[in-house]
Design a binder for this molecule. Sequence first.
Ligand SMILES: Cc1ncc(COP(=O)(O)OP(=O)(O)O)c(N)n1
Ligand SMILES: Cc1nc(C(=O)O)sc1CCOP(=O)(O)O
Ligand SMILES: [Mg+2]
Length: 485
Amino acid sequence: MNPVVLTIGGTDSSGGAGLHQDMRSMQCFNVVQRSVVSLISAQTQTKLLHCEAVSDDMFIAQLDAAFCPEPPDAIKLGALANDTQVYQLVALLNQHPDIPVVWDPVLSTSAGGSLSQLSFDGIATLISRVTVLTPNLPELEYLTGFALRSDSDELEAAHQLLTLDCKHVLVTGGHRNQASPLCDKLYNQENTWQFLPHSKAARTLRGSGCLLASAIASALALHYDAEDAICYAEAVVASGFSVATPVNDDICHLIQSPPTPRSVHFPQVIKGLGRKPSALKFPPLRMTNPGLYPVVDSVEWLRQLLPLGFDIIQLRIKSVSDGLSEQIRDAIQLAETFSTQLFINDHWQLAIEYNAYGVHLGQDDLETADLAAIAKAGLRLGISTHGYAELCRVLPLKPSYIALGHIFPTRTKAMPSQPQGTQRLADYQRLCGEIPTVAIGGIALHNIDSVVATGVSSVAVVTAITESADVPQAVEALKGRIAHA
Ligand SMILES: Cc1ncc(COP(=O)(O)OP(=O)(O)O)c(N)n1
Ligand SMILES: Cc1nc(C(=O)O)sc1CCOP(=O)(O)O
Ligand SMILES: [Mg+2]
């Protein structure tokens, strides 16, 4: 069944913002749309003429109806007229703590004029139940009372909102000044992410805040994690704007379902507050469709597996022992004798020292490893990803391959992210374009066909080989499934 997304906000008689815009965005995600009208506004594209809140009884009656027969899977909030609406809504939401809520804190309209009469207690009460808050810079200033003069002011203001218990603050960049690039910044307790959209229009035109917030709610309803939901939502909105009908310089109507977003629509993603990665060059794989990719934790395993014939293999030693350096040296020599592309997991300095074929790094390693040194030494680089945000973060690096995980539940490693499944794997695979891809996580004989069908270049496995009763037979069976795809 398609997920249900509820939007709560005001009508805009010009059609350029509010519930109309929300619905246009939600229709791009194939979700069931429900709506609750909080206020009715008479607006032209440039002027707010009149605005009235719906009655308290009407508001609560709509809310009750919108939670019937089952509660929505995600909620997008726009303009709420007054504190009574906030308290009624939060009382209901507190009975459904798992529903993600996105609030685009529209307090005034871009057509000019105030829509909301919320007290600071009302605002704080609502924020405490919000999953993703999407203020632009003026809204962030209003909500926090900060005068935002620098990036560090913005960081401090966003963290002040996080202390009110919302999970993520996405400061949208449509109002950044000329000196600062158009960029949406996501703040949560763990990290900061920057999303650099490809389309300026998608951030600056009237109603674009409504579109983005509704798209994020729709992606959350589809169970994407917050940073992936934002990345995907930005791509869908950018794709929408690429086929939208311009009305004038400020207004552009999404009047049709946009095509599936392509790589050009996805934002560039930077983790942390750093700058864009500088251009590095990693050599390509010698064998670009390497098929079955065993990931093993000892030279003994390499000795057992290499004679069975592999184009690619990985040494993944997680417990550092005395002989680490020798094991890596021996593994590299051994793999060379079989002309197998050996990747060393984690230990990039030793990989450089012994001139390994390649290095495999995780997302956290990207903050500490010297990528320039790896590139300069001529080593190939493989990088792990677990969703849209991480993928868009590493695509500009053009690594030698991109790993896409974890596809199915795995016992081998405790994963902080959720299994991606093969539908998303197919989407990520398309996004990687010419860069070879490796699927990993929970893949075995019973599910490998659905993985191979996505067109990935390689399938990495640990336990499907290491825990099999008959290793050569397991290898042959897995290879057979890849060869016959
Ligand atoms: C092919 C492949 N894909 C993903 C991983 C995971 O790497 P990483 O995120 O660095 O985690 P650890 O393996 O170090 O636990 C991998 N090793 N290989
Ligand atoms: C080491 C590893 N990395 C993953 C990722 O998604 O990054 S999943 C994984 C474990 C793969 O083991 P198995 O084939 O036994 O499920
Ligand atoms: Mg690693």
